[in-house]
Design a binder for this molecule. Structure first.
Ligand code: NAD
Ligand code: MG
Length: 419
């Protein structure tokens, strides 16, 4: 399957020039953080804080937590703060009283935050809700650290084509893709044979199908290695996260599904590997701390000093690897199916998963039903002729909307059906 635009690849990426900094006179890099109050946002603000005068924060956004947003806005003396929930405008105004900080509420305010000039933007909204804001940054040719993988799964070709057109630079902040990004610099496209992304296997790595079926929310939220937001933690337990990441890798690096392998690696030390034609495998390693890939994006194309723990391999002792089990984690298989099917199937995969995760959190379905709902939604969309290749972001969001409606319709029968 041919994928569209590649912004950089292998050795070629060293030729991508660093953009002129907006506050070049002050020697500052101007940054914006979408989803500043989340887990990735928190790690990003931590790095910006440590960088002191090297950075100036243009804009930050959050969904509902006005208090946390206003606290960050005051600390970093940002120029603009946006809250996604439109009903919280007055609350945000009060929280910023006595400052010169501009503010806004609703989706348009989040888009405004993304569209304001900055050298570097972290896209760390959770879910496809982050697509339009991220595209606003893409269209102004920004350098974007992309954590928000659902943007790509929802509208990958469109996202990458728009980035190529606008001259935007997409830096992968997801740890596995950041590892691939670093390893890819060892060779050229025609020399690549495959990439491998690792998965911790999550809390249910050794569980039976029957145990996984009945897993509770508390059990799903206990990730063995990473501390992350709620949605991605549940996605990790179902291995839907790895499915989203297979699709993300395909769009980011223009790879076919056959060129992307997954290896379960419970220690989460090796994040990604690239295999070249001479059978060399180049890997990136590091502690499971998102500040490492984020620091790589923030400093890129240079390296900054990071606060994460240094890797002590002797202390870790052994690194182990396993083949993923598609029968216990069908969500991963479905991601490959969606990629191979094309025609908006990855958009449907993501949308149905977002509905399923929300339904699981709301105790409307069992854990094991998450993948069943995604599969049924994909099948139903094919059956009703509702699958079509999105040509624009609005098309992708229409498919996303349809898929959510279909998933909601299928929910009651999925909830009743045991595995
Ligand atoms: P999180 O839930 O901790 O934070 C999400 C952020 O987005 C918050 O600031 C929230 O206020 C904001 N947000 C949520 N819904 C929104 C909406 N509808 N409109 C506007 N803002 C909204 O999530 P996270 O763990 O930080 O993950 C963020 C993204 O990064 C996800 O796409 C996730 O898959 C990806 N990612 C996360 C990690 C991690 O370690 N946490 C690692 C790799 C990739
Ligand atoms: Mg990841």
């Amino acid at each position: 399957m041919a994928r569209a635009a590649v912004l950089w690849f292998g050795k070629a990426m060293s030729a991508v020039p660093l953009r002129t900094m907006t506050d070049a006179a002050a020697g500052q890099r101007v940054v914006t953080v979408l989803g500043a109050t989340g887990s990735i946002g928190d790690s990003t603000m931590d790095l910006v804080r440590l960088g002191g005068e090297r950075y100036r924060v243009e804009a930050i956004t959050a969904h509902q937590n006005v208090e946390a947003l206003a606290k960050l806005a005051r600390e970093f003396n940002v120029r603009f703060a946006a809250i996604g929930d439109a009903s919280k405008l007055d609350e945000l105004r009060d929280a910023l009283a006595g400052t010169n900080i501009g503010y806004g509420a609703g989706e348009s305010a989040i888009i405004e935050a993304a569209a304001r000039p900055s050298d570097w933007l972290m896209a760390a909204v959770s879910g496809a809700a982050g697509l339009k804001p991220a595209l606003a940054a893409v269209d102004r040719g920004a350098t974007i650290a992309l954590a928000n993988k659902e943007c790509l799964v929802c509208a990958g070709d469109i996202f990458m084509q728009r980035a190529a057109r606008a001259g935007a630079t997409i830096l992968p902040a997801d740890s596995e893709h950041n590892a691939l990004f670093q390893a890819l610099a060892s060779g050229n496209r025609e020399e690549l044979t495959r990439v491998i992304i690792t998965a911790s296997g999550g809390p249910f790595r050794t569980w039976s199908v029957a145990e996984i079926e009945q897993a509770t929310l508390a059990q799903a939220l206990k990730h063995p290695n990473w501390s992350m937001g709620q949605k991605i933690t549940i996605d990790s337990a179902s291995m839907m996260n790895k499915g989203l990441e297979v699709i993300e890798a395909s769009y980011l690096f223009a790879l076919t599904p056959d060129e992307i392998d997954v290896l379960v690696h419970p220690q989460s030390i090796v994040h990604g590997m690239v295999e070249f034609s001479d059978c060399s495998v180049v890997a990136q390693l590091g502690a499971p701390d998102m500040r490492i890939p984020i620091a790589h994006c923030l400093g890129w194309p240079e390296r900054i000093t990071g606060p994460a723990q240094k890797l002590d391999l002797a202390k870790i002792g052994s690194l182990t690897f396993e083949t993923p089990d598609f029968s216990r984690f069908p969500g991963l298989r479905l991601a490959y199916d969606a990629l191979r099917a094309g025609k908006g199937a990855t958009t449907v995969y993501n949308a149905a998963n977002e509905v399923a995760v929300a339904a699981f959190i709301g105790e409307r379905i069992r854990f094991g039903a998450i993948a069943r709902l995604v599969e049924s939604t994909m099948n139903e969309m094919v059956r009703t002729g509702s699958m079509s290749t999105p040509a624009t972001a609005d098309d992708a969001l229409a498919v996303d909307h349809n898929a959510r409606k279909t998933a909601e319709t299928l929910l009651p029968q999925i909830a009743l059906k045991a595995s």
